[in-house]
Design a protein around this ligand. Structure first.
Ligand SMILES: Nc1nc2c(ncn2[C@@H]2O[C@H](COP(=O)(O)OP(=O)(O)OP(=O)(O)O)[C@@H](O)[C@H]2O)c(=O)[nH]1
Ligand SMILES: [Mg+2]
Length: 453
């Protein structure tokens, strides 16, 4: 994982383009540069160069930029070659570079290896490294902005700020432990209580932000479920704005899952239309219904669709779906075919949404309701992009802070346990940025003492 050899890769996307960039990173690239171009390159300047093959024929003319480490993306020497963007041409340039760099051990980079080196050389932390991948994968403008903010270090700064806040609290605990004769109830020490409160507030804000960031990054798995013919495929088509699924008046039209992704308010929605749920002897349909249940079990939100016109009681089906859902999955009941209703007052209650997939009625309200249920707070200033891993670490840190509070309430006898819980909370937060907390707490404590105390 931490090989030292120089690495090379095409940095731009596969396929034809105006320009294709090849990137080389290594601890010392001047010898490779010498053998490629027989000249020294001034750092950070664009130089027009020609690369020749072994027979002295021109492969391509390109712009080369040389970044001398550690002032580079990876922290090593980096050479960027901006060639013409043909896939075959880039292959040839790569081949020639590998040939001429063989003596220096030049090898093709593993996926993510440039970023890994940037992380190992402390150019970025783990959350920022993840943000690079997220920036590239971002599916909406809001996601791009969120990833960019994480990459700039906004998220990491918040984490580090909270870790520091907890450190200050631990310093207070340690000093109380060192002077038991003072016998102050720890939490009666106003400073300590205020600090613990500040930690909790920051942690809550971080958790709320990360939750939003996770929604923005991963989006929502939205499953359309219900009896046959209620209009699930029609609703999918309406939401996507295209005829992606077959719609017919025949019950049992959809046999397999149909997946489409859209964004609502910048939030990616991965919508799955499923086969209508019913008892059937048809083998193909039965397989489809099995797949419907699989999708339902993996959903973040199930839209349970019923038909306004049908008198059949759907309560049993709804109960069955509710029983199978994982605990974190929500269900939204939606009544379709509102256009066929003479009077909407015949509806069971106001909580259920009334729409017409065919006529496009109630669709904006449905979208709003979906965002509300999944907890999307709307486009906000300063939103960052977060991953499950981050949210899990924050949750675990929150559990330890909660436990620590209980120990603190128990008075001075439990202060060591209180301190231990704070340490564990810090450890989990540190996992996010990948920096293990250096246990220099002792040094910090004494540096804050005045002489003679
Ligand atoms: N009047 C009216 N008809 C609708 C509406 N939505 C769907 N339909 C009709 O209901 C029938 C079934 O629609 P689908 O979208 O295929 O229903 P489905 O739930 O996907 O059905 P299966 O795939 O068989 O489970 C079609 O004839 C649609 O045109 C609506 O809002 N109003
Ligand atoms: Mg269908």
């Amino acid at each position: 994982m931490t090989r030292k050899l120089p690495i090379i890769a095409v940095a731009t996307a596969a396929g034809k383009a105006g320009v294709g960039v090849i990137r080389i990173s290594g601890q010392s690239l001047h010898r490779i540069i010498d053998s490629l171009f027989q000249k020294k390159l001034p750092p950070r300047q664009a130089t027009l160069l020609t690369l020749f093959d072994g027979l002295g024929q021109v492969i391509d003319q390109m712009i080369a930029i040389y970044f001398v480490g550690p002032a580079s993306f990876t922290g090593e020497d980096v050479l960027e070659l901006q060639c013409h963007g043909g896939p075959q041409l880039l292959e040839l340039v790569m081949k020639r570079c590998l040939e001429l760099g063989k003596g220096e051990g030049l090898v093709i980079a593993d996926p993510g290896e440039f970023t890994l080196r940037a992380y190992l050389n402390n150019k970025i932390d783990l959350a920022q490294a993840e943000a690079i991948a997220d920036l590239i994968d971002a599916q909406s403008e809001a996601a791009v902005r969120g990833a960019a903010r994480s990459l700039q270090g906004t998220f990491s700064d918040d984490i580090n700020g909270l870790i520091e806040e907890i450190t200050q609290l631990r310093i207070l605990v340690e000093s109380t432990l060192d002077f038991p004769e003072e016998e102050i109830e720890f939490l009666e020490n106003v400073q300590a209580r205020q600090r613990l409160l500040a930690v909790k507030e920051k942690l809550n804000a971080l958790r709320a932000g990360a939750k939003q960031g996770k929604i923005l990054r991963d989006g929502i798995q939205l499953v359309l479920a219900g009896a046959p013919n209620v209009g699930k495929s029609s609703l999918l088509n309406r939401l996507v704005g295209e005829d992606v699924a077959i719609v017919t008046p025949i019950a049992g039209t959809t046999r397999d899952r149909v997946k489409e992704s859209i964004t609502i308010d910048g939030v990616p929605m991965h919508i799955i239309d499923t086969a209508g749920l019913r008892e059937t002897v048809d083998i193909v349909e039965a397989k489809g219904i099995e797949r419907s249940w699989d999708a339902i079990c993996l959903a973040d939100l199930v839209l349970f669709l019923t038909d306004a016109e049908s008198d059949s009681n759907q309560d049993e089906l709804k109960t069955e779906i509710l029983a199978k859902l994982p605990p974190k999955c929500a269900v939204l009941e939606v009544i379709n075919k509102a256009d066929l209703l003479l009077s909407p007052s015949t509806l069971p209650n106001n909580e259920v949404l009334l729409i017409s997939a065919k006529m496009g009625l109630g669709i904006p309200q449905l979208k709003q309701k979906i965002l509300e249920i999944v907890g999307w707070a709307g486009p906000q200033e300063g939103v960052i992009l977060a991953r499950r891993r981050h949210l899990d670490a924050i949750e675990r840190a929150a559990e330890h802070i909660e436990k620590s509070e209980q120990f603190a309430e128990n008075g001075n006898n439990s202060l060591e346990l209180f301190s231990e819980e704070l340490y564990l909370a810090q450890k989990h937060l540190g996992e996010i940025t990948g920096k293990l907390l250096p246990d220099d707490l002792l040094g910090k404590i004494f540096s804050q003492f005045c002489i003679g105390k």
